[in-house]
Design a protein around this ligand. Structure first.
Ligand SMILES: Nc1nc2c(c(=O)[nH]1)N[C@H]1C(S)=C(S)[C@@H](COP(=O)(O)O)O[C@H]1N2
Ligand SMILES: [Mo]
Length: 367
């Protein structure tokens, strides 16, 4: 399949409302796994449980011959080895990453792509050099606008053969917590998370955190590559659309009680129980989480845990005396910018940013 990168990509498919998940979506779901929600108990997600999303194949990158090229609209193009990258000042930032498609599979009609329910999230301690320090080595020109972050992976998406590449405004790229990371939770990056080095853009949906980073190219115009055109909120395929950028607020409950294997239905004994979970937002710190134990009829403010890591999820708890019967729990996060999770899904053709508050159904057995 040879196609020119300039070719306008066909729109993604939207499933017939009655159409079940296809084998192709099942294959994607197996490769790109969610975080099991019980891992919401951890401040930092163990690497194997962190969600995963890779558009094409994972490239095998040799650390000894790896170079990071920084070029384009710069005074002095440079190539850094891994040791040179490691010799720059080292920073560790705790970051909750979330895929922009999280919640997609719950939309009707369903945009056909990676069919996430709600687990496309994870939190890690990322260690690396600041992207600002990497860029400073090359000295961007005064008229620089965007940086183009390109990975080693290459594939075909909606008819367009391409390297995985994302543009990021230079101003965002220079923010002090944006990293070229070479460690995840204190160990070299696992291959699936971008070995030997990846970008981490805290507060932004995952697509901008380019794995297997190969080059940083400074350009004097807004980059309009495939991934920047694809990640836009559109009702119709031919609309210009609104770019997907920062993470909208979301809260998730650590599933209470015990699970049934095949259905994941939850069972709980009647009596006092502490409901726990995590909430995050890329726009502003989470400042309120509400929990409803009667499907949204009444809401109680949860107690919030410490907020010491700006870019990581915040824990919350709420006490509940569970009465026997079937109950729909709901949880919703607010952030300091005034954003709050909606009750109804915000539909768009790509199935992005569905942060509707998710119901959790529990069957409470008499004590
Ligand atoms: N090179 C490259 N970087 C990439 C991707 C990719 O396919 N290739 N996927 C992006 C998307 S869409 C997401 S959500 C995050 C997922 O990061 P993770 O797999 O480490 O959780 O990586 C981003 N970076
Ligand atoms: Mo993603």
């Amino acid at each position: 399949m040879t196609v020119s990168p300039e070719r306008v990509s066909p729109p993604g498919r939207v499933a017939d409302p009655a159409e079940g998940i296809t084998a192709e979506e099942l294959r994607l779901a197996g490769r790109n796994h969610a975080m099991p929600l019980e891992a919401l108990r951890d401040d930092v997600t163990p690497p194997g449980l962190h969600y995963l999303l890779t558009h094409y194949d994972m490239p095998a990158v040799d650390a000894a011959s790896w170079r990071l090229g920084v070029s384009g609209k710069v005074a002095e193009p440079v190539e850094l080895t891994l040791d040179e990258l490691r010799s720059l000042p080292r920073h560790t930032v705790r970051v909750t990453l979330e895929c922009a498609g999280n919640g997609r599979a719950a939309l009707t009609p369903r945009p056909v792509s990676q069919p996430w329910l709600d687990g496309a999230v994870g939190t890690a301690d990322w260690t690396g050099a600041r992207l600002a320090d990497v860029l400073a080595r090359a000295v961007p020109d005064p008229d620089a606008v965007d940086v183009v972050l390109t990975g080693h992976d290459h594939g075909v998406e909606r008819g367009v053969e391409q390297d995985y590449a994302r543009g990021l405004p230079l101003e965002e790229a220079l923010a002090p917590d944006v990293l070229v990371a070479y460690e995840m939770n204190g160990a070299p990056l696992p291959v699936q998370h971008g070995f030997p080095a990846r970008v981490v853009v805290p507060g932004w949906y995952g697509m901008t955190s380019v794995k297997w980073l190969r080059s940083v190219t400074v350009v004097d115009h807004p980059f309009d590559g495939f991934q920047n055109r694809a990640y836009r909120l559109r009702q119709d395929a031919d609309e210009e659309g609104v770019p997907v950028t920062r993470i909208e607020p979301r809260a998730l409950l650590e599933p209470p009680g015990v699970a049934e294997f095949a259905t994941r239905a939850r069972f709980l004994s009647a009596g006092p129980v502490v409901l726990r979970g995590r909430a995050w937002s890329g726009w502003a710190p989470v400042d309120r989480v509400e929990v409803s134990c009667d499907d949204g009829a009444t809401w109680t403010d949860a107690d919030l845990g410490p907020a010491e890591h700006r870019w990581a999820w915040r824990s919350f708890t709420v006490a509940w005396v569970a009465p026997p019967g079937l109950h729909r729990l709901r949880v919703r996060a607010h952030d300091a910018s005034g954003r709050v999770q909606p009750d109804l899904p915000p539909w768009n053709r790509g199935g992005f940013v569905n942060n509707t508050c998710q119901p959790v159904v529990v069957q409470v057995r008499p004590a």
